[in-house]
Design a protein around this ligand. Structure first.
Ligand code: 5GP
Ligand code: MG
Ligand code: MG
Length: 173
């Protein structure tokens, strides 16, 4: 498919919003033992920018999970890389690139809660609320966007464009 990429959110807009999110997180996690969990690979660019702006002691870890939506909104989750750190009794903040149907995150959230987290919140750069099939919401959301396929800032199209320093919509030629 031939396509072009049309800017949806500029680098300045994204960077500015990430600083705001970081300050909110910093306020909420004062005195807490924060563990930031990134979902690979999409969250990497966002997460590295975000944690640099959080002036608190924190640990980071990564997990790679994908969901296969079955016939119903239940689906199945496949964990190809699990966390190294035990989340039991930890204050966990999951960092995600985008919430679309919500399936991936709802599975990850349930799994981590079952491991006995002390608290569990979600920080997502992007949210497509119109596509949701399961009830889930970011505690910290960068931008709500329309139902378009976007790339950049960690998000890929066929593994490409993760390094774009802005968010763009993939437009068919
Ligand atoms: P969900 O389980 O919420 O339906 O899907 C979440 C995952 O699907 C995201 O973490 C992301 O990897 C992928 N995804 C959903 N929408 C988009 C999009 O617009 N662009 C890209 N590049 N990936 C998306
Ligand atoms: Mg993702
Ligand atoms: Mg992808």
């Amino acid at each position: 498919m031939e396509y072009t990429i049309k800017t949806l959110l500029t680098r300045e807009e994204v960077e500015g919003r990430i600083k705001e999110l970081a300050k909110e997180i910093e306020k909420d996690y004062q005195g807490k033992d924060l563990l930031v969990v990134g979902l690979l690979k999409g969250s990497v660019v966002f997460m590295t920018d975000l944690i640099k702006e959080i002036d608190l002691p924190l640990e980071i870890d990564f997990m790679s999970a994908s969901s296969y939506s079955g016939t119903e909104s239940t689906g199945i989750i496949n964990i190809s890389k699990d966390l190294d750190i035990d989340v039991k009794d930890r204050e966990v903040l999951i960092v995600e690139d985008i919430i679309d149907t919500g399936l991936t995150l709802s599975h990850v959230r349930k799994m981590l809660e079952e491991r006995g987290t002390k608290s569990l919140k979600i920080c997502t750069l992007l949210d497509k609320p119109s596509r949701r099939t399961v009830e889930i919401k970011g505690d910290y959301t960068g931008f709500e966007i329309p139902d378009e396929f976007v790339v950049g800032y960690g998000l890929d199209y066929d593994q490409q464009h993760r390094n774009l320093p802005y968010i763009g919509i993939v437009v068919k030629k």
